[in-house]
Design a binder for this molecule. Structure first.
Ligand SMILES: NC(=O)c1ncn([C@@H]2O[C@H](COP(=O)(O)O)[C@@H](O)[C@H]2O)c1NC=O
Length: 523
């Protein structure tokens, strides 16, 4: 036979007071005694409902602006205890054993929409007493009914006069309550994680425990290789102007490598305000060019290294135009295009090559400073992203010869690119166009020799070009190699113990040399 539960004492503490008057009235009509926190008591009393204030019950006032209202052993004994068993234990201590708790929490999620709320204000909306009451009641669901949704008031009233709130009903209400607490905590957790990330960025305060919050965006066709499964997760809140927030307008399913390359291409092209095109293969820019128009930039970047551009990932900092579209559909093998939204006429042309993957970026110049994660077996490395912008005032002219106006423009152009090329990186630039890139070599001299080979093989005119090196030139050998092709200016961080020897060699060849004092390794 089902045990009969008579509801006698009810604790009510609700932030959302909708329908509470009607509910409380019906309870009192069924000989139920009510016990409430300050605001709830006031509301009930104003409607003529008899209620005992919990602070009177425990003989302790609500303090600290409501931070402490119900956190009292007498209240928790009344929630966690069983009147049949524990009455003797608390003999003479005026413990009221509650048969039902009706609670809803401070509206933390709703307050999040209030962008002006500072952290201190948000913290005040973390409900402490409410979830504690509910958690205690859930633990004692054998003896207590737990209500967290006004929509359950009527359900419970149907049973209350018959005193047949079954164990199963209480269990289901406890599950609802636990879900409510858990969702509430998830929202707070998300908020705290966002603070965590901001703190890391602002204070370089790397936490003991690292929580990250990434949401699955899409399944990828495969990982780095076909036998590896893969998908893309994106940070929350979404980073605007990034590859993660891009929208795929057409083309086959993206792969892991497509996204990596598109990210490098996009981040690199974002460095430039003038029409610029960046072509990337295997994580490295193969060519970059800035021109008067985006079409010219594309043509010039393509010509700079048309061999490497085959099957490349191309990013533009302007919408692609009809000329680019025609050129691509006629005779170019392109894997991915990253562009700002383009015209419908361009769309119609690109639709003729439906396999080309096109990613649309709505906003290029996001102000975010991001964190950079790299995975190692069993751990992750965390660092600030290399967002160091150029500050010419920190640069030092160390050679006898000074760069001329065009060389100055070219070294700034090159220095923006070099941080996107894997180390050791040497790049040659002339007239705002890369003419050879030596990437990812284990020795710097090999990177320089590679750049020389590429420049020669592609019939580039290196005479009067500039050389940018992502880290210091450790020996003068690089200068000798560069001089062979007529390099007229070198930009590098400086900082080698052989700096003077390197400078002397530059002077010997009448090469201008600038030290940036900033290094841009990329691994
Ligand atoms: N601090 C406490 O001891 C405490 N006990 C209950 N509350 C919350 O206070 C609210 C009701 O307060 P009032 O009845 O004063 O309007 C409810 O949302 C309840 O979850 C508390 N507030 C915050 O934690």
């Amino acid at each position: 036979m089902q045990k009969i539960y008579k509801i006698k004492n009810v604790l009510i503490s609700v932030y959302d007071k909708s329908n509470i008057i009607e509910f409380a009235k019906k309870l009192t009509q069924n000989d139920v005694s009510l016990f409430s926190t300050g605001g709830t008591s006031k509301k009930l009393r104003m409607s003529g409902i008899k209620v005992t204030e919990l602070s009177d019950l425990v003989n302790f006032p609500e303090i600290m602006n409501g931070r402490i209202k119900t956190l009292h052993p007498k209240i928790y004994a009344g929630i966690l205890g069983n009147s049949n068993i524990d009455s003797k234990l608390f003999y003479g201590q005026d413990i009221i054993f509650f048969d039902m708790v009706v609670v809803n929490f401070y509206p933390f999620q709703k307050m999040l929409t209030n962008k002006n709320f500072k952290i201190e204000k948000m913290l005040e909306y973390i409900d402490i007493g409410g979830p504690s009451i509910i958690r205690a009641a859930i633990k004692n669901y054998n003896n207590i009914v737990t209500i967290v949704h006004p929509s359950d008031y009527n359900t419970i009233l149907k049973y209350i006069d018959k005193s047949n709130i079954t164990l199963n009903t209480r269990l289901n209400l406890a599950i609802k309550a636990l879900t409510y607490i858990s969702n509430y905590d998830k929202v707070i957790l998300k908020y705290f994680k966002s603070l965590n990330e901001n703190n890391i960025i602002k204070n370089k305060n790397f936490p003991e425990l690292l929580h990250t919050y990434y949401v699955k965006k899409q399944q990828l066709i495969y990982g780095e290789n076909q036998h590896q499964k893969s998908c893309l997760y994106v940070r929350h809140p979404i980073l605007r102007g990034s590859i993660s927030s891009s929208f795929q307008a057409q083309g086959k399913t993206l792969s892991f490598n497509n996204i990596l390359d598109a990210d490098t291409a996009l981040e690199c092209v974002k460095e430039f305000k003038e029409p610029t095109c960046v072509i990337v293969k295997h994580g490295n820019p193969c060519s970059v060019s800035t021109e008067e128009s985006i079409f010219q930039a594309y043509q010039s970047a393509y010509e700079a290294d048309s061999i490497s551009a085959f099957g490349g990932v191309i990013a533009f900092n302007n919408p692609i135009d009809i000329n680019i579209a025609n050129m691509i559909i006629e005779n170019r093998f392109v894997e991915v295009i990253v562009t700002l939204p383009y015209d419908s006429s361009v769309e119609r042309v690109m639709n003729q090559k439906p396999n080309v993957k096109i990613l649309i970026i709505k906003n290029l110049y996001s102000k975010w400073r991001e964190l950079n994660f790299k995975y190692v077996s069993g751990g992750i490395l965390l660092q600030e992203s290399d967002r160091k912008t150029i500050n010419i005032n920190q640069w030092k002219l160390v050679s006898t010869k000074s760069p001329n106006k065009q060389e100055m423009i070219d070294i700034i152009f090159a220095w923006k690119i070099v941080k996107f090329v894997k180390s050791n990186a040497i790049i040659y630039v002339k007239n705002c166009k890369t003419i050879a890139i030596g990437a990812g070599q284990m020795s710097r001299i090999d990177a320089t020799i590679l750049a020389n080979i590429k420049a020669k093989n592609r019939n580039q005119d290196v005479n009067g070009a500039i050389l940018a090196s992502d880290a210091f030139l450790p020996f003068s050998d690089n200068v000798h190699e560069a001089a062979k092709l007529g390099i007229s200016c070198i930009i590098q961080p400086g900082g080698s113990i052989r700096d003077q020897e390197v400078i002397d060699t530059a002077n010997k060849y009448n090469i201008a040399m600038i030290f940036t004092t900033i290094r841009h390794f990329r691994h």
